[in-house]
Ligand binder design. Structure first.
Ligand code: ZN
Length: 280
């Protein structure tokens, strides 16, 4: 190919690529792509009021404390004892998960995602909820009587009818967490990566998990990331926690590059809505 022809071809490619990029950007605008983060103009304080590019339409109206109450996380305090709440039964087995970095968090995703397809599930007050993913927040998102923890684990489940239920477990400084380490090691390499994981290793030590003698707070809240989907059942373990080393916490922060915790939202308006399970 003559040199001039090559240059012309190259120029054509560059121009075509630019055209494609411009078209992609336009497509993003038309579909209302909204970028969010944990800091600055796109941080948690702006999620509810951010507008779509070139529009006055809100990006994430579901994140509003005003129009979409029951936002999570909250300070878990002043809970009403509900003796009708049952122990959670965990049926977690070793299986392959896909470790992903979605730009906001590092997640271990169960596949195929969706209800009834994961062999990892829990029984909560008589209903089966299937494990969709687990991920970590640093520092913790919920507080227990005004006190946060170094990290918080979220085990996100979904029932056959679509109801979401998140089990929250506080992570304190202590011994190394082997499952967290598996995820960190995978996340330090090329993602997505498939690794075998036993989510049972993430649960606090107990002599018998079925039923698990973990006392918990229960309330109806939201997902803690945009679009802050509501009607999520939260079960946050009250007195039981798990541990991670400072090196693990540092590694998580290094991979992610920022703190990924939504601040505490308004206290539950109705104190009766925040309940705690009995002590077993
Ligand atoms: Zn979470």
């Amino acid at each position: 190919m003559p040199r001039t022809h090559r240059v012309t071809s190259l120029l054509f490619l560059v121009i075509a690529s630019l055209g494609f990029l411009a078209a992609s950007a336009a497509a993003d605008n038309s579909t209302g792509a909204c970028t969010w983060s944990y800091a600055g103009d796109t941080g948690p304080g702006h999620w509810a009021t951010m507008t779509q590019p070139g529009s006055t339409e809100l990006c994430f109206p579901g994140c509003s404390n005003t129009t979409a109450p029951q936002q999570s996380p909250i300070n878990l305090q002043g809970a009403t004892l509900n003796n009708a709440l049952k122990q959670i039964q965990f049926y977690y087995v070793n299986t392959d998960v896909e470790v992903e970095n979605n730009g906001h968090n590092i997640e271990a995703v169960y596949s195929p995602a969706g209800q009834g397809t994961s062999n990892n599930n829990i029984t909560y007050n008589g209903t089966a909820y299937y494990l969709l993913n687990f991920h970590f927040h640093e520092p913790s998102e919920h507080q227990i009587i005004g006190k946060g923890s170094r990290m918080e684990l979220h085990l996100v489940h979904q029932a056959a009818n679509g109801q979401k239920l998140v089990v929250g477990i506080m992570i304190k400084l202590g011994k190394a967490n082997p499952v967290l380490q598996q995820v960190l090691t995978a996340a330090a390499g090329t993602l997505p990566a498939t690794i075998p994981v036993g989510a049972a290793g993430l649960l606090p030590p107990a002599s018998n998990w079925n039923p698990a003698p973990f006392q918990y707070y229960q309330y109806q809240g939201s997902l803690t990331v945009p679009p802050c989907t509501g009607s999520v059942i939260w079960a946050v373990l009250m007195t039981d926690s798990i541990t991670a080393t400072q090196a693990q916490i540092d590694q998580f922060k290094k991979i992610l590059g920022f703190y990924n915790a939504r601040p505490i939202q308004k206290t539950v308006p109705d104190k009766a809505a925040l309940q705690k399970s009995p002590v077993w």
